[in-house]
Write a protein that binds this ligand. Structure first.
Ligand code: GLN
Length: 310
């Protein structure tokens, strides 16, 4: 069933249509003011497969702020750069806390629970800032290469908006620095982190750029090795247990795919040995996950039998 994509386009269209009434459920992120102005009723879905097919519906070619989905790219870059040393500074456990929580970080002496909550992604940003002479450019080049698209850019307005409203992220970074777990200067770490969060990409670009995680670390179109099979497995494991923040258990329970959400309303789900699903709909639930996005991924995973736990 899952390889029959002849009618995939119709399925995506139908799933999107069925969500029409939900487009105004949830709340567009407004703690980053530039995100609050995004039109809430835009929505798209795209499926890219490892055998080179890309099918989409709705606004799947329209760029949006990838926000925390950028944590996946940053993590892969850091793993490639420093190897197992990374896991001395960040753990691989679910946090059971909101994505931007600070409380656990104090108890656990500045070691973040995992690389996809904000504290962990700031730690990863420190690794990148410290190990690349121009980490922001390196990040953008990495993503452009993966998406095979040189036009991908940073949304300057979102970057500046987050920079001027980033006190909580700054607090997380300074707290980690006080425990000796951040090497670079905090403004540089924050600047890297906000830059990668402010990258704008479409569902299609995101789905295509993450195919290596569904293909044991190899980009299926260029055949280049993006990361080791072991690291692809590790990223997928972390996304399964922590990618949807404090709703990761429920997402595993009901959908069964490694996934990552962003407060821009994006959601990516990896289907090992098949492909990547990416959805976008800005209104979020209280966990910071896209309401419609979760419904869409659940719908297509159910219809095609994609759960990794089957
Ligand atoms: N840039 C956002 C922040 O740091 C990312 C959060 C997210 O997408 N969950 O708060």
């Amino acid at each position: 069933m899952k390889n029959n994509i002849v009618d995939l386009q119709d399925k995506l269209q139908a799933l999107l249509h069925a969500q029409r009434d939900n487009f105004i459920q949830g709340k567009v992120a407004d703690y980053i003011p530039a995100l609050a102005s995004v039109q809430p009723d835009l929505a798209g879905i795209c499926v890219a497969t490892i055998d080179g097919k890309t099918v989409g519906a709705g606004d799947y070619q329209r760029p949006f702020s990838i926000q925390s989905i950028s944590k996946v790219f940053g993590l892969v870059m850091a793993m490639n750069r420093v190897g197992d040393a990374l896991w001395q500074r960040v753990k691989m456990e679910p946090s059971g806390q909101p994505f931007n929580s600070i409380i656990q970080l104090e108890w656990e002496k500045g070691i973040p629970r995992n690389p996809v909550i904000n504290a962990g992604a700031l730690l990863v940003s420190d690794v990148l800032t410290s190990h690349f002479s121009a980490s922001k450019l390196a990040f953008l080049s990495f993503v452009r290469k993966l998406a095979n698209n040189e036009t991908i850019r940073v949304d300057k307005q979102v970057y500046l908006s987050e920079l001027s409203h980033g006190n909580r992220n700054a607090a997380l970074a300074y707290l980690m620095k006080s425990f000796g777990n951040i090497e670079a200067e905090i403004p540089a770490v924050l600047s890297h982190y906000f830059t990668q969060c402010a990258v704008a990409m479409s569902c299609q670009q995101l789905a295509q750029s993450l195919l290596f995680l569904a293909f044991k670390g190899v980009d299926p179109s260029s055949k280049s090795i993006i990361c080791s099979p072991k690291d692809a497995h590790r990223v997928n494991a972390i996304l399964s247990t922590s990618g949807m923040y404090d709703q990761s258990g429920e997402f595993a329970f009901s959908v069964g795919l490694p996934a990552k959400s962003g407060v821009g309303g994006g959601l990516i789900a990896i289907v090992p040995n098949y492909g990547v699903i990416c959805t976008w709909s800005p209104p979020l639930n209280s966990f910071g996950n896209s309401v419609v996005g979760m419904n869409l991924v659940a719908g297509i995973a159910e219809e095609l039998g994609l759960s990794i736990y089957h």
